[in-house]
Design a protein around this ligand. Sequence first.
Ligand SMILES: C[S@@+](CC[C@H](N)C(=O)[O-])C[C@H]1O[C@@H](n2cnc3c(N)ncnc32)[C@H](O)[C@@H]1O
Length: 234
Amino acid sequence: MQEEVFSGPMLASDAASAPEAHEVSILDNKHVKSSYARWAPVYDFVFALVMRPGRKAVAAAGARPGGRVLDVGVGTGLELPMFDRRTKLIGIDLSEPMLRRAQRRVGAKALSNVEGLAAMDATRLAFPDSHFDAVVAPYVLTVVPEPEASLDELVRVAKPGGQIILVNHVGAASGPMAWIESMLARCSAELGWRPEFPWSILGDWIDSNPQVRLLERRRLAPFGLFTLARIEKL
Ligand SMILES: C[S@@+](CC[C@H](N)C(=O)[O-])C[C@H]1O[C@@H](n2cnc3c(N)ncnc32)[C@H](O)[C@@H]1O
């Protein structure tokens, strides 16, 4: 089924143009799309370096030589060249301007292991159940309007025994950083992410979901600013 949808690298826009049924007060798909349309031209310049350790960690943990991996919120595709080339990759993102840059990167770097890029909402993935050997989402959970619904979808499309690998900035619980994050949170819609995202969103979701267990939670460079979480689908 999925092979019919993705016969090669491509940019499909059906899902992205579907009505936004998942609006929340701080971020919604409309804000995410307009925000990343603005970020797309400068995204690599601003975010390539500082978030590189997290992408490398995701690519190392998510590589499945001979297997198929879904990259949710692939953005401009900065992480795609970091995967073992024997891992077949499919990338999805809500933002077409971001995806167009990812498509260019795939061509420029001759990433023949990238089987497809498609515009799609993380809460409504157009893939069958238990389809991927691993699902990765670097720097995405703090950006999606509905993190729990997105996580449910990531688990649905992962095979039993497969892993969901996430990297995010987890907000400080207290202190000056927590104050700065709460100030920045007022601009979430304009920024396109939630600076104050607490671990409890992910932790509570894991605790309440009998289908998953946390394998690893690890702070990453720079300065432990980001956290990698590896989750197994049971
Ligand atoms: C901070 S960027 C991360 C991009 C890339 N993974 C990286 O490491 O640079 C977050 C990406 O998530 C995408 N995104 C936000 N909400 C989404 C959703 N509901 N479904 C799919 N992608 C979404 C944004 O369009 C954006 O490209």
